[in-house]
Design a protein around this ligand. Structure first.
Ligand code: SF4
Length: 339
């Protein structure tokens, strides 16, 4: 029997779709959520990749790093995390005494799923047996079980600073995102053993389509998330996680067209932060047919809806349950993100 609980790494099909819901007026739902928040003593945290209307009813919006830090500042007894499973797990790990709810327990992450804890443990043992002396640096997009096997946790916002903390006489095993790992290896000059994982959303951006949109919008700038493949990063004007992207566009005063190579819901906070600019999504391409698609929306993030948010506030379910390996993950997360 594995020491890691069944729900530690969700096994989901990347094409898992959100069930249709009976239509309810979004404005009424938002009012109901505001009322329930007070009644249930709850705080809502929402990632930049969930629908804009959910971001609008949230108390905190941000990327993984900002939200993990925000979660430790919450004074209510309940946190509702509108994002994906590993994010809600991190909020629970950093706030063991609080009730942490996730509107849809099936909101997983293809990147986290690409690195199951059992496989990582076996790979680490194999590397050690072959004489490698390394520390494991994990991107935050991993299950708590993987975090418990790691020495450090990074986000796209703090990766450079954390990698500088790994002693130079140690090798680095970086999991699970190969594109982010390759990019970080370039910017830090540290060689890394890379786990072959990737995000289904960032993997699909088409370099040809990006060039076409750029040509049709003279003077435009490409802003890309470091989870994108090297071909996209090489032709981008700015590379950074979502929070860094937001700060970057706010600093540009001249009205500019930005082509955004990340999850397309990110355009909502960018427009709010810097309304002087125009933001266009970089199109994705379907591997099976080669056709341009709207697959730059994360199907896991899209599982969060206003209705599910309202329902979980009402019922107090689904809740993230504490697991024995959360304790080790807590030590690593605290050292990496809060100190
Ligand atoms: S966008 Fe990619 S990395 Fe982010 S939650 Fe979705 S599948 Fe995971």
């Amino acid at each position: 029997m594995s020491e890691f609980a069944e729900n530690s790494t969700l096994k989901l099909s990347p094409l898992t779709v959100t069930e249709p819901e009976v239509y309810e007026d979004p404005l009424e739902l938002m009012d109901e959520i505001d009322r329930l928040k007070v009644e249930k003593d709850a705080t809502i945290l929402a990632h930049y990749y969930v629908d804009g209307e959910i971001q609008d009813v949230a108390d905190f919006n941000g990327d993984s790093l900002k939200l993990a830090r925000d979660a430790t500042q919450v004074s209510t007894s309940t946190i509702v995390f509108c994002g994906v499973h590993f994010m809600a797990e991190s909020a629970k790990i950093l706030n063991p005494e609080k009730t942490v709810l996730l509107p849809d327990l099936l909101a997983g992450c293809s990147l986290a799923e690409s690195c199951p804890a059992e496989k990582l443990a076996a790979y680490q043992a194999d590397l050690r047996a072959k004489g490698h002396d390394f520390e494991t640096v994990s991107y935050i997009n991993t299950s708590a079980a993987v975090k418990s096997l790691s020495d450090w946790i990074v986000t796209s916002g703090n990766a450079r600073e954390i990698i500088d903390r790994v002693p130079t006489d140690k090798e680095i095993l970086f999991v699970p995102d190969q594109h982010l790992g390759r990019y970080l290896s370039e910017v830090t000059g540290r060689e890394m053993i890379l786990w072959p994982g990737s995000c289904m959303v960032h993997e699909i951006f088409s370099i040809q389509d990006m060039r076409r949109v750029k040509k049709n919008n003279p003077g435009s700038q490409v802003i890309a998330h470091p989870e994108c493949p090297k071909s996209i990063l090489d032709e981008s004007d700015f590379i950074g996680g979502t929070e860094k992207m937001r700060r970057h566009v706010m600093e540009v005063t001249e009205p500019t067209t930005f082509l955004v190579a990340t999850e397309s819901a990110m355009i909502h906070p960018l427009e709010k932060a810097a309304p002087q600019h125009k933001f266009l999504p970089v199109p994705g391409v379907m591997e099976s047919t080669g056709e341009t698609c709207a697959c730059n929306r994360c199907p896991h993030m899209a599982r969060n809806t206003l209705q599910k948010l309202r329902d979980c506030l009402k019922t107090g379910q689904p809740e993230i349950a504490w697991q024995p390996y959360f304790e080790k993950a807590q030590e690593v997360l605290t050292r990496s993100l809060l100190q």
